[in-house]
Design a protein around this ligand. Structure first.
Ligand code: FEO
Length: 172
C-alpha cells in the first residue's frame, strides 16, 4: 500500500506519460505532413511506448490498491521549424521526464517507500536510453546541411523496430 502523497504523484506521472504519448503523436503527424515518413513512423512507435509507460504506472497503482485519477491531457505543440527542431523538442521533453522520475525517487526515499523506489528504477533506465537515442539522432541531423542528408536519416529512422526500444548509439 502506498500513501496518499505518492498516489497523487503517481497519478500526475501517469498523466505526464499520456501527455508524452500525445506529444509524440503530434510530432508524428507533423513529420508525416512535412514528408518525413521515416520520422513519422519513428514517433508513432514512441507514441506506443509512452502509452505502455502510462499503463505500467496504471497497473502498478492498481496492484497497490491506489485510486486512479484520470485528468485532462494538455494540448501538445504541433508546429516545428525543422526535423532537427522536432527532435530537439523531444530531447527537452525527455530531460524533463527524467527530472520528474528523480523527484519521484526523492519522494520515495523520504517516505521510505522502497517498493515505489524500486518500481521507478525501470523508468530511470528507460530515460537513459531514450535521451541517448534522441541525442544521437540530433547529432546526426546536426551533421547534415542538405536535403539529401536529411532524407537519408529519415530513411534510416523508418527501420526502427517496434519490439525494441532505441539503443544508445543507434537510431533504431
Ligand atoms: Fe515515458 Fe519517454 O518517457
Amino acid at each position: 500500500m502506498i500513501n496518499e502523497k505518492m498516489t497523487t504523484q503517481l497519478n500526475v506521472q501517469f498523466n505526464k506519460e499520456l501527455y508524452s504519448a500525445y506529444l509524440y503523436l503530434g510530432m508524428s503527424a507533423w513529420c508525416a505532413n512535412a514528408g518525413y515518413n521515416g520520422a513519422a513512423s519513428w514517433f508513432m512507435l514512441q507514441y506506443d511506448e509512452e502509452q505502455m509507460h502510462a499503463l505500467k504506472i496504471y497497473n502498478y497503482m492498481l496492484s497497490q490498491g491506489s485510486k486512479i485519477e484520470l485528468m485532462s491531457i494538455e494540448k501538445p505543440e504541433m508546429n516545428y521549424a525543422s526535423l532537427l527542431n522536432c527532435f530537439q523538442n523531444s530531447l527537452l521533453h525527455e530531460q524533463k521526464m527524467t527530472k520528474s522520475f528523480n523527484k519521484l525517487c526523492d519522494l520515495a526515499i523520504k517516505q521510505k517507500d522502497h517498493t515505489s523506489y524500486g518500481f521507478f528504477q525501470w523508468f530511470l533506465q528507460e530515460q537513459i536510453e531514450e535521451e541517448a537515442t534522441v541525442a544521437y539522432i540530433i547529432s546526426e541531423l546536426n551533421h547534415v546541411d542538405d536535403k539529401n542528408g536529411i532524407f537519408m536519416i529519415d530513411n534510416k529512422l523508418s527501420e526502427r523496430n517496434a519490439t525494441k526500444q532505441g539503443t544508445t548509439n543507434n537510431a533504431n
